[in-house]
Design a protein around this ligand. Structure first.
Ligand SMILES: C[S@@+](CC[C@H](N)C(=O)[O-])C[C@H]1O[C@@H](n2cnc3c(N)ncnc32)[C@H](O)[C@@H]1O
Ligand SMILES: [Zn+2]
Length: 478
């Protein structure tokens, strides 16, 4: 038995109950986000002249209860009702002991997560879903469990599936086809958000992302669930298919709908049947959620709150949040290393790439998912023009001679650029310098990583057929 101290919680760890120390970052971030959310809720109610009676929080899969304890003690707002639930009797016993030793006045229940959410629909200010592996089977209950305007926090660790390794599994779980392209991590977030929103839509609810993160081995989104038939109708215009070229990095978004005169309506397909850059065939991917991943004012408030707290993972939190705040609200991103590799070009530095993009009159930001991934408001042809010019200017003798004649890269480079040669030598702007000087991608601690699910007595209670099904489906990375 070991004592684990994290934030204001102290829990005794017994074997058989799950606690992954690598998730301290996840729990720290969750405490910050829920604190900002709670403060906003309190202010909103008070400005409406309504009393704030405290938060109602449900954690349907609580394991040791550490997350609930931290919510209870660290959100800094009164808690009206807190339930920590788990299916496993060992976990429930441990939560009870940990609640008692941490002076937490919460209820502890043993039930299936969906059952407890369906039993208490529309009553929670905050629901936090943190399963082993995929969250897919908890989404329908989750979106209905929170109040209108409530906060749904969702972790899913089936990143391998969401990042395109098993499109068949991804489709039956999320009704969306994932990608293996370099922007797969952001794509994974958008597949999850698509499914969250689609599930909510059935009940005339929508999800509004406040913060969406792809971190390490999991995805984590914080969404507000809002009841509005009008907003639900807008979902068609926030959903898009992605056409990914099979031979070059080009991809194109096709929005499923748009705002019409009186209502939202469908789109005609104005795309190409083959890639206009290289003639390659397209893979059809998605649908994805193509709306904004974050609410920037909310992210600002989270950063402010971080500076008022003493969080163990402060540097990583700050780094990720600064990067998120700076992200352009544009779906998906481009990987600079992959583009240089595709064109077999001398590696372009971040400074040169940013200079070329900016001098072409475009905007650029990093993606929080990776230091080499960039969001740019660019047409594919103009992005490829930058590389056409780059190869001609920097290594004109090897413009296409270092590539196989029949390659897609040669077909792309053989097209004349339609835009003027950008400037590759501009200095970084002051804003870029300030963003880039913060520690945005700090290294993880030793022994960091996903942990296997806890083995315990309760597992023998799960019926054998369920277990078998789980084995077949599970590419889980917890
Ligand atoms: C990843 S752990 C939760 C970790 C916890 N939220 C934390 O922050 O430390 C997943 C937990 O979900 C529980 N669980 C799995 N399936 C469940 C279900 N259908 N209903 C309720 N609990 C479930 C497991 O017993 C396990 O304790
Ligand atoms: Zn192509």
């Amino acid at each position: 038995m070991a004592l684990h101290i994290e934030g204001s919680a102290q829990v005794l760890l017994k074997s058989g109950v799950f606690l992954n120390p690598a998730q301290v970052f996840n729990r720290d971030m969750s405490v910050l986000v829920t604190s900002v959310y709670a403060q906003r809720l309190k202010t909103k109610l008070e400005t409406q002249g309504r009393p704030f009676q405290g938060l109602n929080i449900l954690e349907p899969m609580a394991a040791s209860g550490i997350r609930s304890i931290r919510y209870y003690k660290e959100i800094n707002q009164p808690i009206q009702r807190l339930i920590a639930n788990d299916l496993s009797p060992e976990a429930v016993e441990e939560i009870k002991q940990n609640f008692e030793s941490n002076n937490v006045m919460g209820e502890v229940t043993q039930a299936d997560a969906c059952e407890i959410m369906y039993r208490n629909k529309g009553v929670w200010d905050i629901v936090d879903l943190d399963p082993y592996g995929s969250v897919a089977s908890f989404i329908d209950a989750g979106v209905q469990a929170v109040k209108s305007g409530g906060l749904l926090c969702v972790t899913s660790t089936d990143v391998s599936t969401l990042c395109g390794n098993n499109p068949d599994t991804c489709f039956y779980k999320y009704q969306s086809i994932p990608t293996k392209a370099k922007h797969c991590h952001e794509f994974a977030l958008r597949v999850l958000l698509y499914q969250l929103n689609a599930s909510a839509n059935k009940y005339q609810l929508v999800v509004k992302p406040l913060l969406s993160l792809s971190v390490d081995f999991y995805v984590r989104v914080f969404v507000q669930v809002i009841s509005s038939a009008l907003e639900a109708k807008k979902s068609i215009a926030k959903s898009a298919l992605v056409f990914q070229c099979t031979q070059c990095p080009a991809y194109y978004l096709h929005y499923l709908g748009r705002e019409g005169r009186n209502k939202y309506t469908t789109n005609v397909f104005e795309g190409h049947s083959v890639c206009p850059e290289c003639g390659g065939k397209f893979l059809i991917q998605g649908p994805i959620y193509a709306g904004n991943l974050h609410e920037k004012d909310f992210v600002d408030e989270v950063i402010q709150t971080l500076e008022e707290r003493n969080m163990k993972t402060h540097d990583k939190l700050k780094g990720v949040l600064v990067c998120v705040k700076d992200e352009l609200d544009i779906p998906l991103n481009w990987d600079l290393s992959m583009l240089c590799k595709f064109f077999k070009s001398q590696v372009m530095s971040q400074k040169q790439f940013r200079s070329a993009v900016r001098s072409s009159g475009l905007n650029i930001s990093q993606s929080h998912t990776h230091p080499m991934k960039y969001k740019i408001n660019v047409e594919v042809s103009q992005l490829f023009d930058i590389f056409r010019h780059w190869k001609k200017t920097i290594a004109s003798d090897r413009y296409i001679s270092n590539l196989p004649e029949d390659s897609a890269a040669v077909r792309v480079l053989n097209k004349e650029p339609k835009t003027p040669c950008p400037d590759f030598e501009q200095e970084l702007t002051e804003h870029e310098q300030s963003v880039l000087s913060s520690i945005r991608f700090p290294p993880n601690e030793a022994n960091w990583g996903p942990k296997p699910r806890a083995k315990r007595q309760a597992d023998t209670n799960i019926d054998e057929s369920k277990k078998k099904k789980q084995e077949i489906e599970d590419d889980t990375e917890e």
